[in-house]
Design a protein around this ligand. Structure first.
Ligand code: GTP
Length: 252
């Protein structure tokens, strides 16, 4: 990735999107709970799986990192007052639950998948092996990376940026509840301005909460663009991958 030329402008960043061959989808676990308060909403999980299938059908290699907010919310009461490390390990187990749900939904749609986990649990899924994950993707399989980085104190955003760097991904597609980055909260401020293109530096200095600072720094160092889009709308992922619709691209 380091040999890749730096995008000089928004125009070039958008033109580069047409050449993406391998991408990372990073989404929060909350996406998978739909309108529920916590847990998994099967309809939403299926809809996300359909969205991923659409992108795979475009001939693009896809890997996925998902969070665990939907599972962890349910136990967060119990986690109050708990050691940070223990709570983080519980979160990692939550990610494995989400990864298996997504794998199941994708395979029901005929999409081949492999789950690889950062914490070994051989009876459930493969361990994370970088070169094996690459081969899976070359064969058109969707690789779902589970259990974050396997370390406490690191977020799933950081796991997404780390795996995207290791996998030589062309970009990280961060699926959220909003269709990009705004100057202020669009739900509270009707005058909030939507940014179509911003720099990693702007995200860091303006504290724009796109991803945490570790994840942004990792993406920046490895020159991997981050595309923020709304994963709540059906078909939007494939649209954004084609560089259509509303989103924000973060580059150097
Ligand atoms: P290639 O044959 O190399 O293309 O890949 P493959 O993943 O199909 O080969 P492999 O024989 O490694 O895997 C066959 C099945 O076993 C797949 O569904 C893998 O996800 C699964 N598998 C492989 N290693 C493990 C493991 O350590 N634990 C678990 N639970 N499943 C595994």
């Amino acid at each position: 990735m380091s040999a890749k030329a730096l995008p000089r402008s928004e125009e070039q960043a958008l033109a580069d999107m047409k050449n993406y061959r391998r991408i990372m989808l990073k989404m929060s676990g909350e996406v998978l709970m739909g309108d529920k308060e916590y847990g998994l909403d099967p309809e939403t999980v299926n809809r996300v799986a359909e969205d991923i299938r659409e992108v795979v059908a475009q001939g693009i290699q896809v890997c996925v990192v998902v969070g665990a907010g939907n599972i962890f919310r349910g136990v967060s009461g119990a986690a109050t007052g708990m050691d940070r490390t223990t709570a983080d390990y519980m979160g990692m187990l939550g990610i494995v639950i989400n990864a298996l749900a997504l794998q199941n939904a994708l395979e029901h749609l005929g999409v081949q998948t492999r789950v690889q986990t950062a914490i070994r649990m051989d009876a459930i899924c493969e361990p994370y092996i970088r070169r094996k994950a690459m081969r899976h993707m070359e064969k058109g399989r969707v690789v779902i990376f589970a259990a974050g980085t396997g370390n406490p104190y690191f977020t799933t955003d950081t796991a997404g940026a780390l795996r995207a760097s290791e996998m030589d991904c062309d970009a990280i597609f961060k699926g959220t509840k909003v269709d990009g980055v705004y100057s202020s909260d669009p739900e509270k401020d009707p005058a909030a301005e939507h940014y179509s293109h911003i720099s990693y530096m702007d995200v860091l200095t303006k504290d724009l909460k796109v991803m945490d600072a570790t994840a942004i720094s990792l993406a920046r160092e490895n020159n991997i663009p981050i595309i923020i889009f709304s994963v709540k709308e059906k078909g939007r992922f494939a649209e954004v991958v084609r560089s259509e619709g509303k989103f924000t691209i973060v580059t150097n």
